[in-house]
Design a protein around this ligand. Sequence first.
Ligand code: ADP
Ligand code: MG
Length: 339
Amino acid sequence: MSKIQVLDPITIDKIAAGEVIERPASVVKELVENAIDAGATAVVVEIKDGGISFMRITDNGCGIDREDVRSAFLRHSTSKIRSVDDLLHIGSLGFRGEALSSISAVAQVELITKTKDQTFGTLYRIAGGKEETLEDTGAPDGTTFIIRQLFYNTPARRKFLKTPMTEASHVGDLMTRLALSHPHISFQFINNGQSKLHTSGNGKLKDVIYHIYGREIASNLLKAEYDTPGLKITGFLGKPIISRGNRNFENYYVNGRYARNSIISRAIEDAYKDFTMQHKYPFVVLHIEIDGEHVDVNVHPTKMELRFNNQQEVYNAIYSAVDQGLHEKELIPHVEMPE
Ligand code: ADP
Ligand code: MG
């Protein structure tokens, strides 16, 4: 064995990047979540070559102050929390301060950003963790990230990427989920010059569902509504006739985050049991708001896993919301189409 040494920061970031950044879609996820946290009302994502050679994420959010640009790329630097106590009341999607340091460790990054109080924007370039440029530039209010050559300096990672078509479809799925979880934000997704998704941001979830899934699904929805202290559910339940052969259409978002969770899935499927055939899974889009004190999102760096401190309560609430929604269908004879 050789001598024990502390790793240098660039190596640490490269290793850490492996946990957060697996593929182009993970980069897009982190950067769009930052845009949402920055209060953006419109986000445009453009990719080429499945995102492997090129990704551009543009938002009209608050921008980053010139003097904060460098520190934004440092590991564990965040403007969103100050202490562990804040984790109980997380109002933002990000908080770990890892995305920008991770992405810039394994790709070539260009950032153009401007706050409304600044006359000039800032152009910043960083690649493989090494700063290249920090200068003035003309720019609209908001932030644009351009990410080139993902994993150019980590060949082992690059080898695990799939074909550009597969990577692009992961980004597309992600954009769908982002649009469904934030109907108040306009999302556009452009793949190889073609617009694949463009939501209006008018705040109507049903319009987003219509845009993404089309008329047949949008005209077969029942409303879900459930409101108890500490737990609130809104959204839409597909009528049993539009049930699908797999779970891909079980969309639920916990406190604005796309999540997969066995308790939630089971509650939804159990409530549908009497209505659907075996091996059919419901179409749902549910927004679940749970008091930050009852849910831990800090289980894994990607924050897709959740832990509840009262699983039974969560199960019951979701079961009831879905069950009531399905049984009240007589009361909602026809869900009107979006204009
Ligand atoms: P986190 O989101 O966990 O705080 P990140 O590494 O993703 O960590 O981002 C670091 C910081 O950079 C954020 O806390 C935020 O202050 C700033 N930032 C990143 N992206 C944007 C953006 N699109 N608009 C405004 N500020 C941003
Ligand atoms: Mg972030």
